[in-house]
Write a protein that binds this ligand. Structure first.
Ligand code: 5GP
Length: 304
């Protein structure tokens, strides 16, 4: 049976995005902004991650100083076939590769300080666009994938945009303590941040970005006071309304509900550590990432 057109278009768009994201991870390893061990750890902690679909050979080739001849010799020694992807490794292969990477791979040049950044702000301010831009252009930052009970919108991919789950599964995850935070957003659906991928990334020294609502941001600050809270602002209120209506994917009733939430959310900006105005996606993304690095430098300085 042929999949419907919309599914095929979404699938091919997802494949292109995945390829681009893998290239960007490799570039980060090559430029020593990201360690190869962190890439392996992410791949093993989430089979849905971009890293999981990366070939072992490509990861090794992205390490500065390793050419194809040496990489093939190393893969032979590690007993890993040339076509293997990170998610397809057996337990012993994982161990051998990890040992090799820890010993061989150069250290990343940036200080490896754990950092959790929460990006919040009113509805339609462009948090999703800014965080997607960060995921695609700054692979050293892990963008957390939330779970939600709302239905997918056209083009959204399960495991990439969100984990789309039903109420029973959400209840189970809440009861099992699997969320770092969760909230009912727009008085409607539930959204939550799975805890495990974040703990794994932070302990591997990666920066983590959460794009969540303000109630979630408050919960994260309470649970992890070291988290940095960033509030994304629209250039003006009129611009926010224009963006909200312009999206055109929600009913009038839904738009009204979102405007009400946005007014309340804007009032909370003073609770945040930093404010970033979203005039231009690229500039706003760079500012958020820069905040992570400034914060790292302050932390390091503080320890001297
Ligand atoms: P949307 O349904 O438009 O994708 O998202 C609606 C809102 O839910 C956005 O403000 C988004 O930031 C928020 N959200 C997404 N994931 C989470 C989450 O894991 N926790 C919380 N608290 N809010 C989330």
């Amino acid at each position: 049976m042929k999949p419907p057109e919309v599914d095929r278009v979404a699938a091919s768009r997802a494949a292109v995005a995945a390829r681009r994201a893998r290239a960007s991870v490799k570039r980060a390893v090559n430029e020593r902004r990201l360690s190869a061990v962190a890439v392996l750890d992410t791949a093993l902690s989430s089979t849905e991650s971009v890293e999981a679909t990366m070939r072992v050979r490509d990861l090794l080739l992205s390490i500065p100083g390793l050419g194809p001849v040496r990489v093939d010799r190393i893969m032979g020694r590690l007993e890993i076939a040339a076509s293997k992807r990170l998610s397809g490794l057996g337990v012993h292969q994982q161990q051998r590769l990890r040992e090799f990477l820890v010993k061989r791979a150069p250290r990343v040049e940036q200080p490896e300080q754990s950092r959790l950044v929460v990006l919040a702000g009113p509805t339609a301010v462009g948090k999703g666009t800014v965080s997607t831009y960060i995921r695609e252009n700054y692979p050293e930052v892990l963008l957390s994938v939330s779970a939600t009970t709302r239905a997918p919108r056209p083009g959204e991919v399960d495991g990439v945009s969100y984990y789309f789950i039903d109420d029973d599964e959400f209840d189970r995850m809440v009861a099992a303590g699997e969320f770092l935070e969760w909230a009912v957003v727009h008085n409607k659906s539930r959204y939550g941040t799975p805890r495990t991928p974040i703990d794994t990334a932070l302990s591997a020294g990666r920066s983590v970005l959460l794009e969540i609502d303000i109630q979630g941001a408050r919960q994260v600050k309470a649970a992890m006071p070291e988290a940095t809270l960033v509030f994304l602002l629209p250039p003006t209120w009129e611009e926010l309304v224009r963006r909200l209506i312009g999206r055109g994917t929600e009913s009038l009733e839904e738009q009204e509900r979102r405007l009400t939430t946005a007014r309340v959310e804007l009032a909370a900006q003073d609770e945040f550590d930093h404010r970033v105005v979203n005039r231009d996606v690229q500039a706003a993304a760079a500012e958020v990432v820069e905040l992570m690095q400034i914060q790292k430098a302050i932390d390091l300085h503080g320890k001297e």
